[in-house]
Ligand binder design. Structure first.
Ligand code: GDP
Ligand code: MG
Length: 598
């Protein structure tokens, strides 16, 4: 029967180990995308994804495949985001599969995200096929890497497949292995409809498109379906599969993967992880583990010009239509005026949204330094969450304060262990574990305050390990901590958008650093500018920029005209993004860079 010839699988890998390249080759070898048509990274649809080489939203494609046994199969490749910020989406996509290809770069070995993704796959009881990639490279060592996978993950690598996703060498063996090793789906075509939503997106033409995986029953065009968690009913207007372009089908049964539209207006009409069932004959066993995703990192988004407020608001509304994990609300800052507070899954998610805003909506933005949400109990015994440092109540009104802690797993060559330990200790980390994975590679596990991670941890880790470390993290719990609000004052006036919450022990060091950075970020003006850091009334750091006397181009010695012009142009450009604080002009970079590491 049909179901016996369906295979649903994902490709999981650490970033850059070759997931997208392998997917491209699979589409090419099966003839779904001709070599001529294939642009690189077919599945990564958004420009931003292609440029950054990361997959943000998951995609699904149906691949007809004639196996060596002469039988026709349907392979559904369900792509997953490769980054830790999106692990909930990874998890939902994996729930739609019976198996996964575990791609490991045979010149690199097991990395932090390899492990994180394998654990997610094992959580869903997936059959895992190890694939050793990049065997065309001279530094490839598939034997050692296979051993590493066995030692670290405990996965049998006897039948691991050595491929070059780049040249296509041996990729056909991967297809055969999918057919042979992965179990076909199971499910009763006559049972009540039960399908898992593993992705959804919005466009103004069709409204919401839902990607789903059938488990039980059948779904047809025109059918009245129900979204389990909201109990809302919709009529299916379009039903189809991507192969690779959208193709309409009349009905779908157990094991199949496809899309549907049903006049849904918002992503919240079809939450990822939710169950689709039949309105008249609903299932009583929805998929488990459906949860609402929560933003973890917050920042302020402000227009440079007050007149840009409405366009920015429209841009944010539009972005949110397609990103259920992105949250925002209106906020006012004394320093920056009317703007928004926005919440993100993590730093990468934040960067992506900021980039999209600037790119797609041409909005001129001032972004404040990222912050985590703190949990505090006030003197009335109420619990409140503070995601904006300037909103922290007076210390006399606070009973206790707690900060989110992350569990961090870092994989690093043993040469850099010392540097990583030093960094983690400096970040108030508490070591949990340290293990040699191989003779030369170490896994270090730390509990670290999440705000220290958000502050500059990734950049620092990269620089102290020359880019050789990989990392995975998960925010686990709140822990009580001695935290204070650090204010920055410019010519005596506090700039609310520059306030941060820090550990009391670290306040002086941060205060000095930030004051110095601000002093450097603020161009000299025609009067003296004094930058101060303060905790309450107590000044803990002070820097000053003396008044400017000479013309800005004077230091070019009058010689090089083009350089002079460049300097003036640069200054003009910078001006566009200046914000006047009293009479001091502060460039927009100052709001972010002041609180970032060197
Ligand atoms: P992803 O982040 O896992 O999706 O990785 P990509 O598919 O984007 O690959 C990352 C980089 O590795 C790209 O520059 C690819 O061209 C390269 N790459 C992928 N597979 C191979 C391979 O088999 N051999 C070589 N030499 N390079 C590869
Ligand atoms: Mg990719």
């Amino acid at each position: 029967s049909k179901i016996q010839h369906i295979r649903n699988f994902s490709i999981i890998a650490h970033i850059d180990h070759g997931k997208s390249t392998l997917a491209d080759r699979v589409l090419e070898i099966t003839g779904l995308v001709s070599e001529r048509d294939s642009r690189e990274q077919y599945l990564d649809k958004m420009d931003l994804e292609r440029e950054r080489g990361i997959t943000i939203k998951s995609q699904a494609v149906r691949i007809p495949y004639k196996a060596k046994d002469g039988q026709e199969y349907i392979l559904n490749l369900i792509d997953t985001p490769g980054h830790v910020d999106f692990s909930y989406e990874v998890s939902r996509s994996l729930a739609a599969c019976e198996g996964a290809l575990l791609v490991v770069d045979s010149t690199q070995g097991v990395e932090a995200q390899t492990l994180a993704n394998v654990y997610l796959a094992l959580d869903h009881d997936l059959e895992i096929i190890p694939v050793l990639n990049k065997t065309d490279l001279p530094s490839s060592d598939p034997v050692a890497v296979a051993q590493e996978i066995e030692d670290i993950i405990g996965l049998d690598c006897t039948d691991a497949i050595c491929v070059s996703a780049k040249t296509g060498q041996n990729v056909d063996a991967v297809l055969e292995s999918i057919v042979e090793k992965l179990p076909p789906p199971e499910g009763d075509p006559d049972g009540p409809l039960k399908a898992l939503i593993f992705d959804s997106w919005y466009d103004s033409y069709r409204g919401v498109t839902v990607l789903f995986r059938m488990l039980e029953g059948t779904v047809k065009k025109g059918q009245k379906i129900r979204i389990f968690s909201t109990k809302r009913d919709f009529e299916v207007t379009n039903l189809g599969v991507f192969s690779p372009e959208a193709k309409e089908v009349k009905s779908m049964g157990p094991g199949e993967v496809g899309f549907l539209c049903a006049s849904m207006k918002e992503l919240s009409d079809a939450p990822v992880g939710d169950t689709i069932t039949d309105a008249k004959n609903p299932t009583d066993t929805p998929f488990p583990g459906f949860k609402k995703i929560k933003p973890m990192v917050f920042c302020g988004l402000y227009p440079v010009e007050p007149s840009e407020y409405e366009p920015l608001k429209a841009a944010l509304e539009k972005l949110q239509l397609n990103d259920a994990a992105f949250w925002y609300e209106a906020e006012t800052s004394q320093a920056l005026g009317f703007g928004f507070r926005a919440g993100f899954l993590g730093l990468l998610h934040m960067e992506i949204i900021q980039e999209r805003l600037e790119r797609e909506f041409d909005a001129q933005l001032i972004t404040t330094a990222p912050s985590v949400a703190y949990k505090l109990v006030n003197n009335k015994g109420e619990t409140i969450y503070i995601d904006n440092p300037s909103k922290m109540p007076d210390p006399s009104l606070i009973e206790s304060m707690a900060e989110p802690f992350a569990k961090l797993e870092i994989h690093v060559p043993n040469d850099y262990v010392g540097a990583v330990l030093k960094l983690c200790e400096e970040k108030r980390g508490i070591q949990r574990d340290m293990r040699y994975l191989t003779a030369t590679r170490v896994m270090i596990t730390y509990d670290i305050p999440f705000n220290e991670v958000v502050y500059d941890f990734f950049d620092r880790l990269k620089s102290v390990t020359k880019g050789y470390a990989s990392l995975d993290y998960e925010v686990e719990e709140f822990r009580v901590a001695d935290l204070v609000k650090l204010d920055m004052l410019i010519n005596g006036d506090p700039v609310d958008a520059l306030s941060i919450i820090v550990h009391r022990e670290r306040a002086t060091i941060y205060g000095r650093k930030v004051a110095l950075k601000l002093k450097r970020a603020i161009p000299r003006q025609l009067f003296e500018v004094v930058v101060q850091a303060a905790i309450g009334q107590r000044i803990i750091a002070r820097e000053r920029n003396p008044a400017l006397r000479k013309n800005v181009t004077a230091k070019c010695y009058g010689g090089d005209i083009s350089r002079k012009r460049k300097l003036l142009e640069k200054q003009k450009k910078g001006k566009k993004r200046m914000k006047k604080m009293g009479n001091v002009e502060i460039p927009q970079e100052a709001f972010l860079s002041a609180l970032k590491a060197d």
